[in-house]
Design a protein around this ligand. Structure first.
Ligand code: PBG
Length: 329
């Protein structure tokens, strides 16, 4: 782009008033951009704080209908469910993952009863149910791929039966998108969408989440044999291409702010519906600094969310969803 030299061009002319600034403002952030991740737990009529995520709670299944109504009233279209599984239910075989009455599946039904217009997204990975804390089965210290994919398909089918609208495979096993898509087709769930955690990095930013779902204590080792190396950019494009080819409807980059270059490259290269996950550690950093009075909470929250829009994302999974929707109202 060429432009006239100073003083013919005075770019500050377009910044001189709120009215003119709003005319030339390029991106908008709205509550319709958000997917709100929530944590569910057993029990009745209770909420429990997650200490490493100030402002975030775990809520009992009977309280998720109210969360869905809150989302609806704020204009947030979708909720993503994560279960805090009783440690006694964690096994090496991860059988609880495809129990039709597990926490996650009960929460799906609760939301669909209370507020059918809210889209319900799930998480597909074995970590909340695995005594080893890994997303896949562990055999002799190795996270095995194909046997895990079979289990993920059972898990996805149970979620679809419960009424899930969007499956979110976050496990990073090879071949799982194709296997899930085929199972949805053959079992009568053609309309169930898949938002693949396609470019998911082995990140330290997930720490507070693992507290929230009670997986921190369980995890042995790290997830580097399945999640991606933060040094890699091109690999993300390969993963996105593969997952789209296997039948993903939407794709995700995760974490968010530290990977905006990936968001941009993915959107440029594929033009597919692209989401970023502003993960637990990103949320916790903003909350911690704001609680210390070091930054302005609302402004930093909205600026960080706008960055995803500018980077080409169509939407953002964010724990800020209700607070941001209120701030935008
Ligand atoms: C589980 C899963 C994780 C997150 C979403 N799904 C953690 C992990 O892979 O260890 C992280 C979300 C967050 O940090 O907010 N497969």
């Amino acid at each position: 782009m060429t432009h006239a030299p100073y003083p013919l061009a005075r770019p500050r002319r377009l910044r001189q008033s709120a009215a003119i600034r709003s005319m030339v403002s390029q991106n908008v952030l709205t509550p319709a951009d958000f997917i709100w991740p929530i944590f569910v737990m057993d029990g009745t009529d209770a909420v429990e704080a997650v200490p490493s995520m100030p402002g975030v709670v775990r809520r009992t299944v009977d309280r998720v209908g109210a969360a869905a109504k809150e989302a609806r009233s704020l204009g947030i279209p979708a909720i993503c469910i994560f279960p805090y599984t009783d440690p006694a239910l964690k096994t090496e075989g991860c059988e609880e993952a495809w129990n039709p009455d597990n926490l996650s599946n009960r929460a799906i039904r609760e939301i669909k009863n209370a507020c059918p217009e809210i889209a319900v997204m799930t998480d597909i990975a074995l970590d909340p149910y695995n005594i080893n804390g890994h997303d896949g089965f562990v055999e002799n210290g190795e996270i095995v791929n194909d046997r895990t994919v079979d289990a993920l398909v059972k898990m996805g089918l149970a979620q679809a039966e419960a009424g899930a609208d969007i499956l979110g495979p976050s496990d990073m096993m090879d071949g799982r998108i194709g296997a899930l898509r085929e199972a949805m087709e053959s079992e009568g769930h053609q309309n169930v969408t898949i938002l693949s955690y396609a470019a998911k990095y082995a990140s330290a930013f997930y720490g507070p989440f693992r507290d929230a779902v009670g997986a921190s204590g369980a995890l042995t080792g790290d997830k580097k044999t399945y999640q991606m190396d933060p040094a890699n950019g091109d690999e993300a494009l390969t993963m996105i291409a593969r997952d789209l080819a296997e039948g993903a409807d939407m794709v995700m980059v995760k974490p968010g702010l530290a990977y905006l270059d990936i968001c941009w490259r993915v959107k440029e290269a594929f033009g597919a519906p692209t989401f970023a996950y502003q993960v637990s550690g990103e949320y916790a950093m903003v909350q911690a600094a704001a609680q210390n009075g070091w930054i302005d909470h609302d402004r930093v929250m909205l600026e960080s969310l706008m960055a995803f829009k500018r980077a080409g994302c169509d939407g953002i999974l964010t724990y800020f969803a209700p607070a941001a929707a209120r701030a935008l109202a």
